[in-house]
Ligand binder design. Structure first.
Ligand code: PRX
Length: 648
């Protein structure tokens, strides 16, 4: 091993792991030498099929004819795999532990109970005209009904599109329209950190412009008052009292769509990432078991929201396919106080804990005491996801939270990838703080020189691409296959381009360096600079805007906006406030602009292209390394921007 600090696999973990170092090496080799043979075995092991597939893999990464098919011809049902097949052996085992925002509220739902709820809701959906292939939008807080709604969709072959409860009415509307949803499910309100957020009201606003939504199902979460549209709106609890628990699972093709999930890219509006059924489920179940070394009976907790892909794969589909007990948390890490995560760990005996670096960094600020006053002795494995974890936060997580006995799996992946692609396995991989380490089975990462397009061998740094399909990869952009091809397969022919940069060290470990496209990662939330710019220029006083990220202690990246006011408009702090509010209103509170700098002009090339490289440098206060500015149409604008840099 090279010079970095390395943590060996703890002996207690290695003693009873599913995959030790030798097994990882052998299985990985097999997975790349004989992918079809390897994946056929995994598909048999992790999923129950009603009909076996005709062909394990059929694909082309050629942009002129791009397609990927896994287990084509195979038939299965996801809710059957997550529920029915467990009933005989573990019907009375808890499937979901729900921990409310309020520490005095919790619920435990067994596999049998969850099965009954899912069947009932599936029947409610059917009664409202939802059929196989129809899209259903889920706009719910972190309550068990979100899982019930997801599985109810899969039961009848409807395609869900979850919209994170923190998104604005406009964002919700755009997503509902783009995937032509027929039914939306929401709640009266959501609760976070003791505050109530009016979800039903947001949905009402959004649906004013969505004439094709026939039904809005409303879960009663708080009892807060709501307005009612007769004929369209339906109380969840009322509809469920009369619904039958008998709902046979729909037989789905392996390549039938399972869900759409919107995510931000470099350009334009967020795109609907489409995942299909068979390959996704195999991969979700397998990665959940191996990455977390999940052992039967353990309580597993992923703190993500089901509105993000992490919640889809690692709160719901992976754990439930494996018959695990999955904890679902409605609240936030600092409510009622900074010990909340660890109190919940102790209360429910959590063995595996999976969270984001941004949460770790904010807890770190509060010091060790809120952690150390809790026991955490049930913890065995820790996980990280969403952004690069800085070694300092890694060490704190390891030492303070894990008492230097729990391996940390730093899992690199994306909405598009469906599941973990580069990650340590607790019983197999020595850890280097800050490195996502080695590829998962069947994953073929490669580095390419971004300028030359040539592959980088051995140690080096470049654009991170994947040269072979894996079962959970996205299949298309909903309604826009060409955008799928253009976004991921045009840059480096024959490869899927991730948008990330990475370094590979002499031991073959990957160190993700972050996005190398115009995508920001703010507290682990992905935002396109283009989306934020579009929201800013909606303001009548704004002529032009350019948005970049800058290093932020807590958020990883902060949002820095250069704004050119319309001629004759006097820049003011009021206008700044209006702009911040405007972007939050258009996208949601996750898109809170941190810094606005008035820019009389933006650095552009002679052909009018904004040189973001320069804007990034100024925002990062790296003015000594601006690089070549000679190609600018008007190099003097740079001096103005430097002189008037905003305070942060
Ligand atoms: O830049 C990478 C970063 O998050 C991006 C994917 O964001 P999203 O689709 O929202 O999915 C987040 C949860 C999977 C990636 O392109 N990212 C995610 N995990 C890591 C990471 N960067 C470094 N290390 C990670 N472990």
């Amino acid at each position: 091993m090279s010079e970095e600090k390395v943590y060996a696999v703890p002996a207690e973990i290695a003693a009873k792991t599913h995959v030790n170092a030798e097994q990882y090496a052998a299985m990985y080799q097999r997975s790349v030498d004989d992918p079809e043979g390897f994946w056929a075995e995994q598909a048999e092991q992790f999923v129950t099929w009603s009909k076996k597939w005709d062909r394990v893999l059929d694909y082309s990464f050629n942009p002129d004819n791009l397609y990927v098919k896994w287990f084509d011809g195979g038939k299965l049902n996801v809710s059957y795999n997550c529920l029915d097949r467990h009933l005989e052996t573990r019907g009375d085992q808890v499937a979901i532990i729900w921990e409310g925002d309020n520490p005095n509220e919790d619920r435990k739902i067994t596999y049998r109970e969850l099965h009954a709820e899912v069947c009932k809701l599936a029947n409610v959906f059917k009664a409202r005209g939802v059929q196989k292939g129809d899209r259903v939008c889920i706009y719910l807080p972190m309550i068990p009904e979100a899982t019930v709604a997801m599985l109810a969709c899969t039961r009848i072959g409807a395609v869900h599109s979850i919209v994170f409860g923190g998104f604005s009415p406009d964002s919700l509307r755009d997503r509902v329209l783009d995937s032509e949803c027929k039914l939306v499910i929401t709640s009266d309100e959501s609760v976070r950190g003791g505050r109530h957020i009016p979800l039903k009201k947001n949905a009402d606003v959004a649906l004013q412009e969505c004439p094709n939504v026939e039904t809005l199902v409303v879960v009663r979460r708080t009892g807060g008052s709501v307005e009612w549209t007769e004929g369209r709106d339906l109380w969840y609890d009322e509809a469920m009292t009369t619904a039958s628990t008998d709902c046979p699972p729909e037989d789905m093709d392996a390549e039938d769509p399972l869900f759409v999930l919107y995510t931000s890219g470099s350009t334009g509006k967020p795109k609907g990432v489409l995942h299909t059924t068979g390959g996704y489920l195999v991969y979700a179940a397998m990665t959940h078991k191996y990455t977390f070394d999940y052992q039967d009976g353990e309580v597993y907790w992923c703190t993500a929201d089901v509105g993000w892909v992490t919640g889809h794969t690692y709160i719901v589909y992976g754990p439930l396919a494996n018959g695990a007990t999955s904890l679902m948390f409605e609240g936030i890490p600092n409510y009622p106080d900074m010990s909340r995560f660890w109190e919940v760990v102790d209360k429910h005996n959590v063995a595996i804990f999976y969270t984001a670096p941004t949460a770790i960094r904010s807890l770190m600020r509060a010091g060790e005491e809120p952690v150390k006053k809790t026991s955490r002795k049930s913890l065995r494995i820790l996980g990280s996801v969403g952004e690069p974890i800085n070694p300092e936060a890694w060490e704190w997580y390891y030492r303070v939270v894990g008492d230097a006995r729990c391996p940390i799996v730093d899992t690199w992946w994306q909405t598009e990838t469906g599941g973990h692609l580069i990650t340590p396995l607790p019983g197999a991989t020595p850890l280097k703080p800050g490195s996502a380490s080695r590829p998962f089975f069947g994953v073929a990462p490669a580095l390419v020189d971004p300028a030359e397009g040539t592959p980088i061998q051995g140690a080096g740094e470049g654009a991170l691409v994947l040269s072979h399909p894996w079962p959970a990869m996205m299949r298309t952009v909903y309604g826009d296959h060409q955008r799928f091809i253009d976004t991921y397969f045009k840059q480096y022919p024959g490869n899927y381009f991730t948008g990330d940069g990475a370094r590979r060290d002499a031991d073959g470990y990957y160190w993700i360096t972050g996005r190398i496209d115009d995508v920001l990662n703010v507290s682990g939330h992905r935002l396109g600079t283009a989306e934020i710019e579009s929201a800013l220029v909606l303001h009548p006083h704004v002529a032009e805007a350019a948005v970049v990220g800058y290093p932020h202690d807590l958020k990883g990246q902060g949002i820095y906006a250069y704004v050119t006011p319309m001629a004759g408009v006097a820049p003011s702090d009021e206008l700044k406030k209006e702009l911040v509010a405007m972007v939050r209103g258009e996208i949601g509170p996750i898109a809170t602009v941190d810094v606005i700098q008035w820019a009389p002009g933006l650095p552009k090339t002679r052909s009018g292209k904004i040189m973001r490289r320069i804007l990034r440098k100024i925002a990062a206060n790296e003015i000594d390394s601006l690089g070549d500015t000679s190609t600018l149409a008007d190099p003097t604008v740079v001096n103005d921007l430097i002189d008037n840099r905003a305070n942060r």
